[in-house]
Design a binder for this molecule. Sequence first.
Ligand SMILES: NC(=O)c1ccc[n+]([C@@H]2O[C@H](COP(=O)([O-])OP(=O)(O)OC[C@H]3O[C@@H](n4cnc5c(N)ncnc54)[C@H](OP(=O)(O)O)[C@@H]3O)[C@@H](O)[C@H]2O)c1
Length: 309
Amino acid sequence: MHRFEFDPTRRTLIRLIAGATLSPLLSLPTGLHGASRKAITKTIPSSGERLPAIGLGTSRTFDVSATEQLPSLAQVLGIFFGAGGTLIDSSPMYGEAERVIGELLAEVPSRPLFAATKVWTRGRQRGISQMETSRSLWRIPRFDLIQVHNLLDWQIHLETLREWKAQNKIRYIGITTSHGRDHDELERILENHPLDFVQFSYSMGEREAEQRLLPLAKERGIAVIANRPFQRGSLFHLVKNRPLPSWAGEFDCHSWGQFFLKFVISHPGITCAIPATSNPKHMQDNMGAMAGRLPDLDMRKRMLAFLED
Ligand SMILES: NC(=O)c1ccc[n+]([C@@H]2O[C@H](COP(=O)([O-])OP(=O)(O)OC[C@H]3O[C@@H](n4cnc5c(N)ncnc54)[C@H](OP(=O)(O)O)[C@@H]3O)[C@@H](O)[C@H]2O)c1
């Protein structure tokens, strides 16, 4: 299997980039300046722990095999941690992503990481081996959260995850999907099984979860991670050439990226959104969504009406 080989020059370069962006003076994202620098956090209902409301997805963006792409991903991580981010979401489904995360985390030793991956295979033993492999790829002693990816063989894996949680091998357990067709089955799982987290798609373009999943998660005390908060980037095409409305300033929003993210994290049922990016400028932009005010209910309606116009 392919392994990245870091020569000393590259290692130094990555350390420099990560170190520089971790410096508070150099890494303030738009919207995290001055009085409103405190990052928005939400509560994980099962523990009371606070979690920064913007995490980092890694599907496709971190699935790279060319070492040339690593410095800019190191910069993405540096900006993420520098702005108060902690939750990184990955999966064995994402190709090289877990290996890349591990290589880069090794270069950023002091970071408040909330490590979240998934199990995505069939069978108890294969699930266990896969989770052990993920842990060694990330180079961490344990995951904070492991979720069953796309409901695959969920009965088997939830049993293992419950055992691992009881043994303190992981802190939280959960389940994910991004397909509307899975929602009925997901609802039954949330109703009948104790879970700390659930992850599904929620964005200004995909709001089906508002009907049943979000209220159910709230009722069951389950934290919600919103995946595809930009609908895989397609929301940006929707607003191409449209200027940001001036009233976006009323909730400290300075870009379309922040407009979409503040909509997601202002839903009271959402714990964390996990936008993915390979672009340091976009990372900086996205972390700005964790600063300042969030839209209230009336403003959320106004945002939707503006987008549908
Ligand atoms: N079933 C599951 O468990 C499941 C399913 C889907 C997703 N997920 C998780 O959720 C994460 C997020 O979903 P996603 O990656 O599908 O889509 P997404 O986060 O909705 O969108 C990512 C796209 O948005 C672009 N982007 C990011 N920030 C931007 C900005 N500020 N301005 C302009 N463009 C920006 C990125 O391009 P650039 O790289 O150019 O910035 C990328 O093309 C995944 O990475 C994964 O971790 C989980």
